[in-house]
Design a protein around this ligand. Structure first.
Ligand code: ACO
Length: 431
């Protein structure tokens, strides 16, 4: 994989050294700088990882210029059209599409791990009814580690597989428990005869006092959204999972760290923020006022669901979700959804505006996803939780890839220190 060499010269001392350029199968090559400290006494400085590849990975590829997203080499458009969430989960975690037999086995393993320990369920009583569900989700997921001492040897491949099945199976159950707790409704146990997303809707919306039938349109829409959200290479939450996992911490703790990172409005929290923003804008007439605010450097307001660190073109997931909005809203008899109309108009105006054109700011995955979640009855406060359920699959795949790599090292960045130089302690009466 190493092709070229790069020569680095210190212009002050004239000292030369070579750095290896490594090429992957797709995308830009990287300059390997691991020898910089030894050879030049220097570290690379790159806040926000604007120019840094943090690891080697075989899972997901993004071409941000062309708007391409591949899971294990397969275009997201093909997976969205032909696959299912659990098949995509298998692909991401295991590297290949499953045979019919492998898929049946995997589905069975997920469907029969859906229950959570009753003691874990009681944790929810300790939360305020108005606790944010992401707070409950990260806390309870981390607590799973307290229940599975017998299968948490990270160096044992079978233990890692059991963990993968457990977390993918149980995270919808935990999410539903958080939702029911906020509503003050009784927890609804999972139904293993239902598929992944139908079971999730059942746990969310069924009540003990009347029959509940899952709407197949809603279950299908959710399955598609989950496929689109399942992985996105080294984003902030996945990098957090890798960093936490690199210490040898148990995988439930690493996933919980990922959930916390996802929560922020610059990342997964954006889907919740988009709907809040659309409601705040209210009508098409107000769009220019909010566009002007988004462009104003002195105003912290940003167009939520717009812009991406990697995509400098239309996010391919947003294209799929926008088309899906039309279909799902029509099938649910909600075609006249005013927020969708507003979102379409906002996109149209922004994409013609010089500010957004110049900076290549396009709608990202979160711009339209909340409209579908809303249409199927998921409340705004649960949007980021939905994202977390889907992204758990990507986190698991990345954690597995990292842990099974024999050359793995603890993630430990360095810093440029700009604090005080060494000075003496001053006694309190002399300050
Ligand atoms: N609205 C208005 N201006 C924006 C926006 C936006 N949504 N996004 C970026 N810009 C502007 C910035 O002000 C900056 O302008 P400048 O060059 O004049 O200073 C320029 O575009 C570059 O923006 P950065 O913040 O430097 O880009 P970065 O790659 O660091 O950030 C991010 C990417 C966080 C996604 C940003 O575009 C943003 O905040 N978007 C809104 C939040 C959002 O939708 N997040 C979800 C991302 S997708 C996901 O995580 C699932």
């Amino acid at each position: 994989m190493s092709e070229k060499k790069f020569e680095l010269t210190c212009l002050e001392t004239g000292k030369k050294s070579t750095a290896e350029v490594r090429s992957g199968t797709l995308g830009p090559s990287v300059l390997s700088i691991a020898s910089l400290p030894k050879e030049h006494g220097l570290f690379a400085f790159d806040p926000g990882f604007m120019a840094t590849a943090s690891c080697e990975s075989k899972i997901t590829f993004i071409d941000g210029e062309a708007g391409v997203l591949l899971y294990r080499g397969i275009p997201i458009e093909q997976l969205a059209e032909k696959s299912s969430f659990l098949e995509v989960a298998y692909l991401l975690v295991n590297g290949e599409l499953p045979t019919a037999e492998q898929l049946a086995e995997f589905t069975h393993a997920i469907q029969y791990h859906t229950m959570i320990n009753e003691s874990l369920l009681r944790f929810f009583n300790g939360f305020q009814y108005n606790a944010h569900p992401m707070a409950m989700l990260s806390g309870v997921v981390a607590s799973l580690a307290a229940f599975y001492h017998d299968s948490m040897d990270i160096n044992n491949p079978r233990h890692r597989e059991i963990f993968a099945h457990r977390i993918i199976a149980k995270i919808p159950t935990i999410a539903a428990a958080a939702y029911k707790h906020a509503l003050g409704q009784p927890f609804i146990y999972p139904r293993n005869d239902l598929d992944y997303c139908a079971n999730l809707l059942h746990m969310f919306f069924a009540v003990p006092c009347e029959p509940y039938e899952v709407d197949p349109v809603s279950a299908q829409a959710l399955d598609l959204l989950f496929i689109l959200h399942a992985d996105h290479e080294q984003n902030a939450s996945t990098s957090t999972v890798r960093l936490a996992g690199s210490t040898g911490a148990n995988p439930y703790a690493a996933i919980s760290a990922g959930i916390s990172a996802l929560w922020g409005p610059a990342h997964g929290g954006a889907n919740e923020a988009v709907l809040a923003m659309l409601e705040q804008i209210g009508t098409v007439e107000n769009v220019p006022k909010f566009i002007a605010r988004a462009k104003d450097r002195n105003d912290p307001f940003r167009l939520m669901g717009f812009g991406h660190r990697v995509y400098k073109n239309y996010d391919p997931r947003a294209t799929i979700i926008r088309a899906m909005c039309h279909k799902v809203l029509a099938k649910l008899g909600k075609s006249d959804n005013p927020l969708f109309e507003l979102a379409l108009r906002l996109e149209e105006i922004a994409l013609k505006d010089e500010y957004f054109v110049e900076r290549r700011l396009y709608p990202n995955v979160d711009f339209y996803s909340g409209i579908i979640y809303s249409a199927i009855g998921i409340p705004q406060s649960m949007f980021t939780v939905m994202f977390a359920i889907a992204r758990t699959v990507g986190w698991v795949a990345h954690w597995q890839e990292m842990i099974s790599d024999p050359t793995m090292k603890i993630g430990r960045p360095r810093q440029l220190y700009t604090g005080p130089t060494q000075r003496d302690y001053v006694e309190i009466d002399k300050r």
